[in-house]
Ligand binder design. Structure first.
Ligand SMILES: Cc1cc2nc3c(=O)[nH]c(=O)nc-3n(C[C@H](O)[C@H](O)[C@H](O)COP(=O)(O)O)c2cc1C
Length: 223
């Protein structure tokens, strides 16, 4: 079978249309909070995201407290979306993989599915014999990559809901960990996403075209 990768017609593809609509909003309207049912569906999309071995090695902290968000803004390049939006999603990855964390997820799988499986148990032992022995930083970096997958799901869900969401690495992770007490919970911040509604009159980016490399420079085919 041979197919050719071609760009979709935006109007014929609802998901692509929403992805063209979304952008990393620079100015959010402080007077327009995101309804809780929309936030719940965005969080659910993050929860449903696939992760390596299904370990879900991260937690999501939804910060609405205005004082806490003001403090976070100070250690995040003073980015106004953090306080102008209504919710701040903090994706916090496990600081390492432990046997307990791995076992908890495998046990949960067995409990939810109602049976144990030899292949699955062998796979558990394989992870137990490698992950916990690795350097904690290697494990955190692996866990953070999984958190980014969930962040991406949240961004798409936000676009689907007509909610603006700005992915952010522009913050001091050590200070954010301190503000939220993450280290004591075995977590480290990976990436944050304020949710809100774009304030078009204050946003230099809103009317600029989206910039992506052309398809032919992005994808190649091996047939
Ligand atoms: C992991 C990640 C970190 C980012 N960090 C920031 C940030 O700190 N502040 C910001 O305004 N935009 C940030 N961005 C937004 C990107 O600059 C933006 O997604 C990119 O330029 C593409 O533009 P678009 O999202 O508007 O389509 C980040 C994006 C990603 C995916």
């Amino acid at each position: 079978m041979s197919t050719t990768v071609t760009a979709p017609t935006p109007s014929s593809d609802a998901l692509i249309e929403r992805m063209n609509w979304r952008y990393a909003a620079k100015k959010m309207d402080p007077a327009q909070p995101v309804p809780e049912d929309k936030v719940a569906r965005i969080v659910e999309a993050a929860r449903l995201a696939p992760t390596s071995s299904g370990l879900q090695p991260f937690e999501l902290i939804v910060v609405t407290n205005p004082e806490v968000r003001a403090r976070i803004r100070e250690i995040a390049w003073n980015q106004a979306q953090i306080t102008d939006g209504s919710h701040l999603l903090v994706f916090a990855a496990w600081d390492t993989y432990t046997a307990e964390r791995i076992n908890t997820m495998f046990d949960l799988t067995n409990q939810v599915r109602g049976f144990t499986n030899e292949g699955w148990e062998n796979y558990r032992q394989m992870l137990l014999s490698s992950y916990p022995q690795r350097d904690a930083e290697v494990n955190f970096q692996h866990a953070a990559r999984q958190a980014y997958i969930a962040m991406s799901a949240a961004l798409l869900a936000a676009a689907f809901e007509g909610v603006d969401a700005t992915p952010m690495e522009g913050f001091d992770p050590a200070q954010l960990d301190e503000i939220l007490g993450l280290r004591a919970r075995g977590l480290r911040s990976a990436v944050i996403v304020p949710l809100g509604y774009r304030q078009t009159d204050g946003d230099w980016l809103v009317n600029l075209p989206k910039v992506r490399r052309p398809l032919e420079q992005f994808v190649s085919e091996l047939r």
